[in-house]
Design a protein around this ligand. Sequence first.
Ligand code: SAH
Length: 349
Amino acid sequence: MSDSQTADIRSLTLAELKARIEELGEPGYRAKQIFSWLHRKNAVGWEEMSDLPAKLRERLITEVPLREAPVVRRQESAIDGTVKVLFELFDGNLIESVLMHYRFGYSVCISSQAGCRMGCAFCASTLSGLSRNLTAGEMLSQVYAFERELSEGERVSHVVVMGSGEPMENYDEVIRFFRLLAAPEGHKLSLRNMTVSTCGIIPGIRRLSQEGIPVNLAISLHAPNDEIRSQIMPVARKYPMEELLDACRDYFALTGRRLTWEYALIRDINDREEHARELADRIRGITGVVNLIPVNPVKERGLHEPDRDGVRHFQKVLNEHGTEATIRRTLGRDIDGACGQLRRKLVEE
Ligand code: SAH
């Protein structure tokens, strides 16, 4: 087990927690109580765990740190109620997460890394590079923190790993996060309601195909060919589009789960009619849906979104070429909704 996992009690599975408790010379059955407090009842501190003996609680308080990441900034959209928060981790790193309210329930978008090293031209998360990977427990804390704010009986129903960071570069911890969130003794969130998004790290996609968990996969494509893609996504130079699409084909063959293609429309770069046609040709035969996102402008990058008609036209052309496409509702525009924008702002201040 790595140091980060032993340091972070929320990252442990029930079996690992049991071993940890027994190491302390305490009865293993306490693990189930503690796991439930951590993952079902969203406890922040040992003192809350009222069904543990007082002596054990005192011991845990002094011997086992239960790190909570305080919220250092919170912004709520006046338009749609989307909430974005900035957490400060124990080592001073700042990460951001978003809570969105949809008709079907509450969805949380979490970060998987502090910063990012992928270098996408339109993304604010990558502007200061990668600081470090997050642990599974730190990813869970983002979900649980929002859940504590909801009214009695309301729960987070969907989780997307689409905040800062490249989840496939932190593969093991992201998978651990998914499994913990689905644990029957914990939150019991359905794996089918979890989504991981990647900029196209092929080995990660191939591992996920074999992982045997029914989570959803989104691919950040953002271009119809390598020429455009490599201008805005450096990762395209390492993993060419044809190989990426092969991995996606295999993913569907192995899992039977349809993919989401994310496509951020950027004016004069990837938003022409011929781009829509080429995109439809390239992904034909791979079961999936294109999610069109008018790029959220990031002032440092000088990139702009197409106008509303341009977005609709792009969608129409995809449809005419047999490709299903939806336009992402933009939530939280007034609260620095795009990846890494809030963190960036605070760091600049
Ligand atoms: N690294 C992963 C997940 C994090 S980004 C990935 O690349 O998929 C989540 C999504 O937001 C990605 O599709 C990313 O390309 C997109 N994104 C980042 N900045 C954006 C912006 N300014 N406008 C619109 N989408 C953006």
